[in-house]
Design a protein. Structure first.
Length: 283
């Protein structure tokens, strides 16, 4: 059974964009166009409708894709049942900077202890960018802060409830009522924490500028500068043993869910189930 060919067909039907599929699969776009024509010739029906906006999968194409996914899943289960599945399962896993720093070590250690080998490739970006990449099938799954935009083809399972804090040095406590311009230190400009705090600053007409710093320990050093604040996950502050800092109790919700994101069609796949279980034990 040529599973690579089946997986390639699933990729083409899922993405509905031969140019992007070509980038990911290392086939030329013309080669993938030929494969689509061959599929349609074999089944005698169109799997794509050609529109001015690009390819749009037909009802026949959806049925064919579902059929191929069933074959792939059943074949994987068959190999597992007979003990023939010895290869490492590869997973493209996305995460935000914050969630990687909190859960990365736990995920790696837990994967080393499970029976079935799993090769996890990490992609790190903002929660919004990672969410879109799972939607585009560029990533298999992700662990991120709950995004504002949710795609109907994706599942968002809550793994943990996080809180974040606005902090400064206790030597440079800020009176926000004075509307003094501040510098906001963040791990990622695209982070949901960043968005929540900048919205609060704008609502309260407090001038600010953003400074993205990837190092958590360096953020504490920068807090020694006057009129500087930072937004960080509470767990990270505790994990890095921040000292001599001031917490601001401001009037907005500082709770955000951390979610495991995956395509609903992949919800029963063994690697997705295993990763979900690993992550839920870390919350």
């Amino acid at each position: 059974m040529n599973m690579k060919e089946i997986e390639l067909k699933i990729e083409i039907l899922n993405r509905q964009n031969l140019s992007k599929s070509a980038e990911i699969t290392n086939y030329t776009q013309s080669a993938l166009t030929a494969k689509v024509k061959k599929i349609e010739s074999e089944i005698g029906k169109l799997v794509f409708e050609r529109t001015p906006q690009g390819l749009k999968i037909t009802s026949v194409g959806i049925q064919y894709k579902n059929y191929l996914q069933i074959i792939a899943q059943e074949y994987e289960e068959f190999l597992q049942n007979i003990g023939a599945l010895q290869t490492t399962s590869k997973v493209d896993f996305g995460t935000s900077h914050t969630t990687l720093k909190i859960y990365g070590a736990h995920i790696a250690n837990s994967l080393n202890r499970i029976d079935i080998q799993m090769d996890v490739d990490f992609a790190v970006d903002s929660s919004n960018a990672i969410n879109q990449r799972v939607h585009n099938s560029e990533l298999d799954c992700a662990l991120i802060s709950e995004p504002i935009k949710k795609y109907p083809n994706l599942a968002y399972d809550i793994v943990a409830t996080e809180t974040f804090e606005i902090i400064s040095s206790d030597e440079h406590i800020i009176d926000f009522n004075l509307k003094t311009p501040v510098t906001l230190l963040v791990l990622s400009i695209g982070c949901m924490y960043t968005r929540a705090v900048t919205e609060w600053l704008m609502k309260n007409q407090i001038p600010y500028k953003l400074k993205e710093i990837k190092s958590i320990s360096s953020i504490q050093d920068f807090l020694q500068i006057s009129n500087t604040i930072a937004v960080l996950n509470t767990k990270l502050i505790n994990l890095y043993n921040y000292t001599n800092i001031h917490y601001y109790n401001l009037n907005f919700d500082n709770v955000i869910n951390t979610v495991f994101v995956f395509n609903m069609n992949d919800g029963e796949k063994n690697n997705i189930v295993q990763l979900k279980n690993v992550l839920k034990t870390s919350g």
